[in-house]
Design a protein around this ligand. Structure first.
Ligand code: NDP
Length: 609
């Protein structure tokens, strides 16, 4: 037997000396930081914005006292929600001739998330060229790679105008309930304005992240200063607009709670305007570079028809780990996946075991985490603050963030990090916030504490549906959502669910909305074309679909070691969060599967009555 030549020895790519860090140490640190944040109350740590807290949900963008006569109407389609999905539903339905539509929207205009979230700095992290829908159809090109809220809101209004949807909208109106009548084969939809719509089809597009939530911190009702949630920004109090200039805060001490995508966009504006800004941190955000830039007009002119869908599919494919020839978006979202493939490739190992692949993915995740932490060291001047701002959890435990001014804010003399070391705010007093026995006096407390996820669907959509035999949706879904293809459910004929409902969850929400609304239009058209009255899934098809989407996949496993957040139902990991109740192969294969299903034309799994 010949002896191995030491010079032939190829070092293991997972060797700490080759990597420059010890993965075991990182794993240990992640587990320790997670343990600090685990808590039994999970979603119960938040209060519903109702009763004493109802004011946190009021619309600051409309004149109070709006009234109108009740509408009694019979029509083809009622769409609940005028956000991105609601608009795209109406547009797709128009294409198949279903124009007798009403869009019922709680807000004073179209826009959904982009109507409500007008806080200073609000911007979309997904590239505008794929996030903003129907660019080619409306002839609009975004001004920048990453658009700010006013431009997105305006674009959604543009879609409303372009497709004549304003005539079909009932704003400042909330659906309270919808009831199916077997005899009439119609839904009766009732609203808080006394309207009664009798409709053949009902589309629920109330949005995945829509109801604000507040931490139930002791003393919250005693605070004598001003409070609001970021999704209802009070410019009357702060002054300024989405671009900042919050001049009325010049003599105010402001506290901000939350380090998610919202909190990190807000802080730089508080830093620029407030007398003093405190960020009360429970878990540090993972913040990568943004690298925004104006749209390259030469590039824009060079685009060929169909470019937007092509770019979107390219992005969503990369994000789902599917092979592509070129990375068209090429930003910090796709960067992480490219890093993983690179290490998998440099391993140069054929027949790699599943365990080894999993280990390599884990190490790639740690490497990305190291990059993020090194960025904090580079940017934040005060060493102790920098240490406290470093996130110690996997890249997909929470929604990754991208910003070029957030970390920099901590170099300002009037911005102060109050780190609670995973515990959160201890108590709110009449005059401020208590952390670790210290009271921080403030004039205004702003909650960037996110939106309800994992609570019941009817609570989040703020209305109840009663299907066949008067069964409520709350009862039907008491043990979790049940759908077929994420869009229809047994016992609720002619009702369609949009959003992150057991579907193909894409990192670009628009991709999912586009695919779902195309499918919606196909199904509605089938009922019309076949001269039928109803469409709904069989119980068996629904059961098979539920089994498929709820069987624990790699994301559920990944989330087990994650610090709490809304992705894993605040650490409970029950599978009731929208990220793990999804088509296991990801969005691109999901919509291709639906396309193939449509091409077969036999409506397999559905009953057409
Ligand atoms: P998140 O749910 O992501 O963040 C809520 C924050 O509140 C967390 O940092 C949480 O801390 C903190 N928090 C909750 N309770 C307490 C407490 N008692 N004490 C201290 N801190 C507390 O909400 P966001 O509004 O930031 O974002 C929600 C989602 O909306 C995003 O994930 C994204 O999908 C979308 N969005 C997208 C934007 C974009 O594209 N740019 C912009 C804004 C939002 P902890 O982490 O410890 O739980």
């Amino acid at each position: 037997m010949s002896e191995a030549n030491p010079r032939d020895h190829k070092p293991d790519i997972l060797d700490p000396e080759v990597l420059g860090f010890d993965p075991t140490e990182v794993r240990r640190k992640y587990a320790a930081e997670r343990a600090k944040r685990m808590r039994d109350d999970a979603n119960d740590q938040f209060v519903e914005v109702a009763g004493d807290f109802a004011g946190f949900e009021e619309d600051p963008h409309v004149e109070p006292g709006f009234t109108r006569d009740a509408i009694l109407e019979e029509l083809e389609v009622v769409i609940l929600g005028g956000g991105l999905s609601g608009l795209l539903s109406a547009v797709e339905l128009q294409k198949v001739g279903a124009t007798d539509v009403r869009i019922i929207e709680k807000a004073g205009d179209f826009g959904g998330a982009w109507y409500w979230n007008r806080y200073p700095g609000a911007q979309c992290d997904t590239q505008s060229y794929i996030y903003m829908p129907l660019l080619e159809e409306t002839g609009y090109m975004p001004k920048e790679k990453y658009a700010y809220q006013p431009e997105i809101f305006e674009h959604l209004q543009r879609i409303g105008k372009h497709y004549n949807l304003y005539d079909r909208a009932c704003f400042q109106t909330q659906v309270e309930q919808a009831r199916w009548s077997e005899e009439e084969a119609r839904w009766t939809v009732k609203t808080d304005r006394g309207d009664v719509f009798k409709t053949r089809f009902l589309v629920i597009s109330s949005g995945p992240l829509h109801r604000p939530k507040l931490p139930s911190i002791s003393g919250i009702t005693k605070f004598k200063g001003h409070m609001f949630h970021t999704s209802r920004w009070d410019y009357a109090y702060t002054g300024g607009d989405n671009t900042g200039g919050l001049t009325s805060l010049a003599d105010k001490r402001v506290g901000l709670v939350g380090t998610g995508a919202t909190g990190i966009q807000v802080l730089p504006h508080l830093g620029a305007s407030a007398q003093h800004a405190y960020l009360f941190q429970r878990t540090p955000a993972s913040v990568d570079e943004r690298n925004n830039a104006p749209t390259d007009q030469g590039w824009a002119k060079s685009l060929h028809p169909g470019w937007q869908a092509e770019r979107d599919e390219n992005f969503c494919s990369i994000m789902a780990g599917l092979p592509v020839e070129k990375d068209l978006v090429n930003d910090k979202w796709t960067d992480f996946f490219k890093l993983t493939y690179k290490i998998l490739d440099t391993g140069g190992e054929s027949d790699m075991s599943d365990e080894r692949q999993a280990l390599i993915r884990e190490v790639a995740d740690y490497q990305k985490g190291n990059e993020i932490r090194e960025r904090v060291t580079r940017v934040v001047k005060d060493k102790e603050t920098a240490e406290r701002l470093k996130p110690w959890y996997g890249q997909w435990c929470k929604r990754p963030n991208f910003h070029d001014e957030y970390l920099q804010s901590y170099n300002l003399p009037n911005v102060e990090l109050v780190d609670t070391d995973g515990k959160g705010i201890e108590r709110i007093t009449e005059n401020g916030v208590m952390v670790d026995g210290v009271e921080y006096p403030i004039d205004c407390l702003i909650f960037a504490t996110g939106f309800e996820v994992g609570t019941s669907y009817t609570r989040r959509s703020e209305c109840e549906l009663y299907g066949r035999d008067g069964q409520s949706l709350s009862e039907a879904w008491a043990k979790g959502m049940r759908t077929f293809h994420g869009i229809v459910n047994h016992g609720f004929p002619n009702c369609f669910h949009m959003g992150l409902t057991q579907t193909g969850l894409a990192f670009n929400y628009t991709y999912t909305a586009r695919g779902q609304t195309e499918h919606l239009a196909y199904l509605v058209n089938q009922v019309i074309k076949r001269g039928a009255n109803t469409i709904e899934p069989t119980a068996a098809a629904e059961a098979r679909w539920v089994d498929l989407v709820t069987s624990p996949g790699p994301m559920r496993k990944y989330q087990e070691s994650c610090t709490p957040g809304y992705y894993n139902v605040e650490g409970k990991n029950t599978g009731q969060s929208f990220i793990d109740n999804q088509y296991p192969e990801g969005p691109v294969p999901f919509f291709k599967m639906l396309e193939a299903w449509r091409e077969k034309g036999d409506l397999d799994g559905l009953i057409i009555g």
